[in-house]
Design a protein around this ligand. Structure first.
Ligand code: ADP
Ligand code: ZN
Ligand code: MG
Length: 494
């Protein structure tokens, strides 16, 4: 934690997160129902995820593998053996009246994630990360959670594998939370276990308390007792980075106002109402004992000790970013852009291995990503056309077409009309005019324009531009203006 100077009477904001992420698997965690979104409510269901009597859960290997990857990425302890528990509560989204989750033997404990906040590196401690099943989803009709006429329930989500990642109360501001969520998602996407674009794939419960500055230590840390003594609220129903920042900023102000007016902050669960931009009280905060946790006897303890060694993870974004700067001599900004997703980074390295890394950086980071971004597209949308982009870079690298034509005619044509680069080059006659032809055009331009030549020799700056224009016209725009300029000067000085 960065040291901060505090004054008497100052208040410090303390935030800890419980982040639920959906692990990308084909089937649910305890049954073989698909996790793909369905067209109709209650389509992807079976006796297991509907909690029908006598139905038994079978653990999905892919979910465990994904959890181990997350554990490795956050440098967590993965125990020899991990276990599942039943968390009991009654709510219509939970047909069994208990959720299968993990309790005192989670699959990951004591990890950390390095994040960057306004250019500075920070480490957030992760207390635990465990596997659990998602409940169903409720649809409130005719109002919000507290005003609806009635509520519909859809069990398509019930049993989808989740990982709950619990951080230490290490955040001191809502903007740090936003930075953490962005970096966390990036790591999870690199691992290939998470899809940020999937509806409902990220849900955050955020705990916030306000602590008098004099209870913090000189280095900004806060003792366990002070943390435990502080009344905190848990804000639920947050589903985006921006939503987290907004909900917490609201909650921070609300609690500070209460304290400054001499009122106590209630320890409670609050609901983030996205449309109204406020948090509303839901219930007094439940405690652990309310859930009557007990071991899930239908699932044997899971031994991951040998297996975890076989599960490999790819190089993570931060490490890759640093390597790109050193290995390809890229700026921090370029390296960041080029490692923004694993697909972009893989493609860059592919291009950089064949052509000049600098040229590759320009074409992947600026041209390709720029044009994709302009069209609201991602690299995954052109996954099967990367070979064509590679060919385009080759055309530029081997000087067959000008960079301007490559960008304005070829790349845009490829993206807008789906044509291949060579097809566009041929159709539009973009192939750079051969040297002889350009030389020929230079000689012609000089012969045909004695006035401009005289102006040039009289030292008039505009004359050369006029002549370049003439040559470009003769070559149909396919000569390189810089080259033409040089050829003209050489010819005129003879
Ligand atoms: P509970 O038993 O209520 O679930 P935990 O100890 O499991 O409490 O912590 C839940 C979350 O609350 C964690 O993310 C943790 O970082 C956070 N937390 C704990 N103490 C505080 C506090 N004083 N202020 C804000 N968040 C806190
Ligand atoms: Zn099912
Ligand atoms: Mg807890």
């Amino acid at each position: 934690m960065t040291a901060q100077t505090v004054q008497q009477g100052d208040l410090v904001t303390v935030i800890g997160l419980e982040v639920h992420v959906q692990l990308e698997t084909n089937t649910k965690i305890f049954c073989s129902c698909p996790t793909e979104p369905a067209d109709e409510p209650n389509e992807n269901v079976c006796p297991v995820c509907l909690g029908l009597p006598g139905a038994l859960p079978v653990l999905n290997e892919a979910a465990v593998e994904a959890a181990v990857k997350v554990g490795k990425a956050i440098d967590a302890d993965i125990p020899e053996e991990t276990r599942f528990h039943r968390k009991n509560y009654y709510y219509p989204d939970l047909p069994k009246n208990f959720q299968i989750t993990q309790y005192d033997e989670p699959i990951c404990a004591d990890g950390e994630l390095e994040i960057s906040v306004e250019g500075e590196r920070r480490t957030v401690a992760i207390e635990r990360a465990h596997l659990e099943e998602d409940p169903g989803s409720l649809q409130h009709v005719g109002g919000g959670i507290d005003t609806a006429d009635y509520t519909l329930v859809d069990y398509n989500r019930a049993g989808v594998p989740l990982m709950e990642i619990v951080t230490a109360p290490d955040f001191r501001s809502p903007s740090e939370v936003r930075a953490f969520l962005a970096d966390l998602e990036e790591v999870l996407e690199y691992l290939g276990v998470f899809d940020a674009g999937r509806d409902g794939s990220l849900r955050v419960d955020a705990n916030l308390s306000i602590i008098p500055a004099e209870e913090t230590n000189g280095d900004g840390t806060i003792d366990e007792e002070a943390l435990a003594a502080a009344n905190r609220t848990e804000v639920k129903n947050i589903s985006s980075h921006k939503g987290a920042e907004k909900a917490l900023a609201y909650e921070e102000t609300r609690q500070k106002n209460a304290i400054q007016r001499g009122r106590a902050v209630e320890q409670e669960t609050r609901h983030w109402d996205e449309s109204r931009g406020i948090t509303v009280s839901m219930r007094s905060k439940e405690e652990e004992k309310d859930y009557r946790y007990f071991e899930e006897a239908d699932l044997p303890p899971l031994r991951v000790s040998d297996w975890k060694e076989e599960i490999a993870i790819p190089e993570l974004p931060t490490a890759r970013r640093e390597r790109f700067q050193v290995e390809y001599d890229l700026s921090e900004e370029a390296a960041s852009k080029l490692t923004s997703t694993k697909q972009v980074a893989d493609f860059y390295e592919d291009v950089a291995s064949e052509f000049d890394p600098d040229l590759a950086a320009t074409w992947v980071a600026d041209e390709l990503l720029g044009e994709l971004n302009y069209r609201d597209m991602e690299i995954t949308d052109v996954e099967d056309r990367l070979g064509e982009v590679n060919r385009l870079v080759e055309l530029v690298a081997t000087d067959e077409i000008t960079a301007k034509n490559a960008r304005e005619a070829v790349l845009r044509g490829m993206l807008d009309d789906g044509d291949e680069p060579d097809t566009i080059v041929e159709r539009e006659g973009l192939g750079k005019t051969g040297e002889d032809e350009v030389q020929q055009a230079v000689v012609e331009a000089i012969d045909e324009n004695p006035d401009a030549v005289a102006d040039y020799h009289a030292g008039e700056g505009g004359a050369i531009n006029f002549l370049v224009g003439q040559v470009m016209q003769k070559t149909g725009g396919s000569a390189d203006p810089g080259d033409v300029n040089q050829l003209l000067r050489a010819e005129l000085e003879e």
